[in-house]
Design a protein around this ligand. Sequence first.
Ligand SMILES: Cc1cc2nc3c(=O)[nH]c(=O)nc-3n(C[C@H](O)[C@H](O)[C@H](O)COP(=O)(O)O)c2cc1C
Length: 200
Amino acid sequence: MSGLFTTRAKRIVGLGGTFRQASSSEQIVRAVLADCAALGAETIMFDGPALARLPHFNPENPARTDEESALVEAVRECDGIVIGSPGYHGGYSGLVKNAIDLLEDLRADARVYFDGRPVGLVVTAAGWQACGTTLSAMRDVVHAMRGWPTPVGVAVNSVEQRPFGADGTLSDEGVASAVRAQAQQIIAFAMDTPQMENTA
Ligand SMILES: Cc1cc2nc3c(=O)[nH]c(=O)nc-3n(C[C@H](O)[C@H](O)[C@H](O)COP(=O)(O)O)c2cc1C
């Protein structure tokens, strides 16, 4: 029926991480997604190896691999996004930026890029300086893409903090609480902007 608001589960897309086994930025994005799922959301993750399989974005080549199309479609249909990057040389990684550049495919959509949606940001770096500069740079990207960065950004200094225990559980209560708060902000924002039912 047209004109009704749906009550379907909110869809949250995670993207980020590196090639490293047990990439800390990937683990934190997954932790935010897990808290979003605990709040009733459906989640999907595009991790470092998945992002590494995306070709370099070429604005003059409209051909898309299945994996490129999967990422674009997931973001097109989602209600919120979580992006995680390591701090590389004071900024976010090329792997993550290449994936974001591919989202140029959403430029002509009625809901352009990240329009109207919350975006949680996660950074891990080997120092507080890169935590801050990378988080700030990612916020600028989200603003440029018409998204709403959540007030809580999660920044982990991998030299001073070891947030995950040997069994992979998030054992640092400070980080866990920031992760939880970010997930709550993503879901609360997404719930306030219900999607019209798709009658197609
Ligand atoms: C190429 C490269 C550049 C890096 N540059 C910085 C940097 O500028 N500042 C910093 O604090 N850490 C830097 N690091 C450390 C990473 O940010 C840190 O190890 C991060 O936690 C790795 O994320 P991951 O566990 O998801 O792979 C760099 C690491 C690499 C491999």
